[in-house]
Design a protein around this ligand. Structure first.
Ligand code: ADP
Ligand code: ADP
Length: 220
C-alpha cells in the first residue's frame, strides 16, 4: 500500500495519518515534521529550510525531494508508506513517480481532503502540537489536560507558521502550487476525495473503507 495524503494545510492530514498508521503497518512520512526536526537540530538543511518555512513558502525542491525519496526507498517503507506533505507541487509528484518506477512499485491511491479556506483558517489558528508532532485543536480536539500532550505529557505549542499572516500566505501557496496535483492524480484515476469538514471520526471511517478497497484491489 503506497498512499499519499493530499489537501490544504490544516485539512486533517496529520490527524488522519496518525490514525491510519497507528498499527505500524505502513511507514508514515511527514515532511513537515522531518523539516521541523532538522530546523530544531540546526543541521545545514534545517538552517536553509527555516526562512522558507517561517515565510509560509515551500522549501526548494533541491532540499526536499532527495530527503523524502530516501525515506520512500528505505527498508522501513518496503511494505508500504503514507506520505503526508509530499508531493506539494507537480515537480515533486514527477520525482516520486520516477523513484517508484525505479523501485518497480506503484501508487495505490491519493486520499484528498477537501476543505474550504475559511475552515482552514479556523483550524490552523486553533491548532496546537506536541514536541513529537501530535496534533490537537483548542476547540474540536482539546487535550485532556490544558496545554499538555495526552500521550507523552510534553507541552503543547502553537507553530510559528500557524499565525494569521502566515496562514494566508500558505493558503495562497497551496492553491498556486499544490492544488494542480489534484488534477494530476485524478487524470490517472488515483484520486479519492473526502469531505474534510466532517468530524474526524467520520473522515476516518470513510478513509478506512477506501483503504480496505484499495488493499483488495492490490491483492488481485
Ligand atoms: P501543514 O501540516 O500545515 O500542511 P506542513 O507541516 O506540512 O504544514 O508544512 C510546514 C512547512 O514545511 C510548509 O509551509 C513548507 O515550508 C515546508 N514543507 C513541508 N512539506 C514540503 C514539501 N513537500 N516541499 C516543500 N516544502 C515543504
Ligand atoms: P494537516 O496535517 O492537514 O495540516 P491537521 O491534522 O494538523 O492538518 O489538522 C489541523 C487542525 O484541525 C488541528 O488542530 C486538528 O486538531 C484539527 N482537525 C483535524 N481534523 C479535523 C476535523 N475533521 N474536524 C475539526 N477539526 C479537525
Amino acid at each position: 500500500m503506497n498512499l499519499i495524503l493530499l489537501g490544504p494545510p490544516g485539512a486533517g492530514k496529520g490527524t488522519q495519518g496518525e490514525r491510519l498508521t497507528a498499527d505500524g503497518g505502513l511507514e508514515y512520512v511527514v515532511t513537515g515534521n522531518i523539516l521541523r526536526a532538522a530546523v530544531k537540530a540546526g543541521t545545514e538543511l534545517g538552517v536553509q529550510a527555516k526562512a522558507f518555512m517561517d515565510a509560509g513558502d515551500l522549501v526548494p525542491d533541491e532540499l526536499v525531494i532527495g530527503l523524502i525519496l530516501e525515506r520512500v526507498r528505505s527498508e522501513e517503507a518496503k511494505d508500504g508508506f503514507v506520505l503526508d506533505g509530499f508531493p506539494r507541487n507537480v515537480a515533486q509528484g514527477e520525482a516520486l513517480d520516477a523513484a517508484l518506477s525505479d523501485l518497480g512499485r506503484d501508487l495505490n491511491g491519493v486520499l484528498y481532503f477537501d476543505v474550504p479556506d475559511d475552515e482552514i483558517v479556523r483550524r490552523l489558528s486553533g491548532r496546537r502540537v506536541s514536541e513529537a508532532g501530535r496534533v490537537y485543536h483548542l476547540e474540536s480536539n482539546p487535550p485532556k489536560v490544558d496545554g499538555v500532550c495526552d500521550v507523552d505529557g510534553t507541552p503543547l505549542i502553537q507553530r510559528d507558521d500557524d499565525r494569521p499572516e502566515t496562514i494566508r500566505k500558505r493558503l495562497a501557496v497551496y492553491h498556486e502550487q499544490t492544488e494542480p496535483l489534484v488534477e494530476y492524480y485524478a487524470a490517472r484515476g488515483l484520486l479519492h476525495t473526502f469531505d474534510g469538514t466532517a468530524p474526524a471520526e467520520e473522515v476516518e471511517a470513510h478513509l478506512r473503507k477506501t483503504v480496505s478497497t484499495l488493499r483488495l484491489e492490490d491483492a488481485v
